[in-house]
Design a protein around this ligand. Structure first.
Ligand SMILES: *Cc1c(COP(=O)(O)O)cnc(C)c1O
Length: 393
């Protein structure tokens, strides 16, 4: 079942030895897509991020709002959350009444601003346009305790899977103007950017910080906080050697030093890096036509990122339903279960040559942007979620 923010997801908690994942699948013999969630891995990812990053991480809730995921992050030390809607806000508030929530959508409804401010005590709001600033001022009845963040658009961005600056962010001149207007009414004034999700070049953060430095200088405004957004990557198939989190932190710190901005308090909005490794997605082969495998989940379900518009190549492995595979492998394309011809995943995905009907394909690193993006299109939305833990945990 999709992570439904109103009702929550069905979740059965089971205890399995982590090293006997295959045994678990063979025992369960799932006929529908199955998420095997590992709260321990998510907790560790949170701990690692917090240890490495010299500031406050806000978890980007949209990445995966499953309650077990959120609880694991909290156990790992995550205290603050980047929310974009009232549904996300309510989910966080119901689980962690004292958590800090930052309303980081640049286009909010007046009603949502009012409820967030007056009913839930939200004080952190982002904006990238003057009219949005007026909206926030109006709806909070000219509150004097706001912490406003100006989101900027970055100049053309190379190595990211999805460029976020086409849709969000103020350009240089607008941002300068917004900083000046926000300063008198902000207790804490911040700047934020998003270098793009799955950014594989730490230099992008350094460039973004240089851009911020010029902006701050041009505005002559005293800034308190810099939010470096999300974008920290995860290694998928074919990514080769990737920089580690410490390389990103070093690039960020060096850039801050270079521009004499080390006094700013730092924030980040990690999503993918915290939760991708925390789930495997088990799917089943329903038909094979040569090198094309028809499976029971696809781009309208948990494999949105494997569609041609993103092209993520998840690492995959196969579990046979009734025999041992021989040792030969070949490349496959995958087709999802819906009747839409866009529901295809070109990969290529390397799997046993003799894989066939009834065998399972396991997608690694399926904890980010999978559960949260499932739709019920064509009636194929259902997935089961089990929480897997080692008996030694
Ligand atoms: C989606 C999003 C994030 C998380 O991005 P990742 O690339 O998953 O780390 C952070 N901040 C904002 C504003 C977002 O929209």
């Amino acid at each position: 079942m999709a992570v439904n923010l109103q009702q929550g997801s069905a979740l059965r908690s089971r205890s399995y030895e982590n090293d006997d994942f295959q045994g678990m699948v063979l025992k369960m013999r799932p006929t529908k897509p199955l998420y095997a969630l590992s709260p321990k891995i998510i907790k560790q990812a949170a701990q690692e991020f917090i240890a490495a990053f010299p500031g406050l991480p806000l978890y980007a809730v949209k990445t995966n709002p499953d309650r077990q995921v959120l609880k694991a992050l909290k156990k790992g030390g995550i205290q603050a959350f980047d929310i974009a809607s009232l549904a996300e806000l309510k989910r966080i508030n119901s689980l962690f009444p004292n958590a800090q929530m930052h309303f980081m959508h640049t286009v909010k409804t007046p009603e949502d601003i009012r409820v967030a401010y007056f009913d839930y005590g939200v004080r952190h709001f982002v904006l990238d346009h003057e009219e949005e600033l007026f909206k926030i001022m109006r709806e909070t009845k000219l509150a004097q305790d706001l912490n406003l963040t100006v989101r900027i658009a970055l100049p053309k961005n190379g190595k990211a899977l999805i460029d976020f600056s086409k849709k969000f962010g103020a350009c240089f001149e607008e941002a300068v103007d917004l900083l000046k207007k926000c300063r008198p009414i902000s207790k804490v004034l911040g700047l934020s950017f998003h270098v793009g999700t799955q950014t594989t070049d730490p230099g992008k953060y350094a460039k973004a910080i240089s851009f911020c430095a010029r902006l701050i200088e041009a505005s002559k405004v005293n800034l308190d906080c810099l939010n470096v957004g999300g974008g920290f990557p995860v290694a998928y198939e074919g990514d080769g050697d990737m920089c580690g989190l410490h390389d990103y932190v070093t690039a960020i710190q060096n850039a801050l030093d270079r521009h004499a901005l080390s006094h700013l308090s730092l924030m980040a909005e990690p999503g993918r890096i915290l939760v991708a490794g925390g789930a495997k997605l088990v799917t089943r082969v329903e038909l094979r036509k040569g090198n094309l495998l028809y499976i029971n989940d696809g781009v309208y379900g948990g494999l949105f990122d494997a569609a041609k518009w993103v092209g993520t190549r998840y690492a995959v492995s196969a579990i046979s339903c009734d025999r041992a595979f021989d040792d030969n492998f070949q490349e496959y394309r995958l087709a999802g279960p819906t009747c839409d011809s866009l529901d295809m995943m070109e990969g290529p995905f390397v799997l046993p040559s003799d894989i066939g009907i009834g065998d399972w394909i396991v997608f690694e690193n399926a904890g980010a942007y999978s559960q949260s993006l499932r739709s019920d299109f064509n009636g194929f939305g259902y997935a089961e979620v089990v929480s897997v833990s080692s008996n030694k945990d």
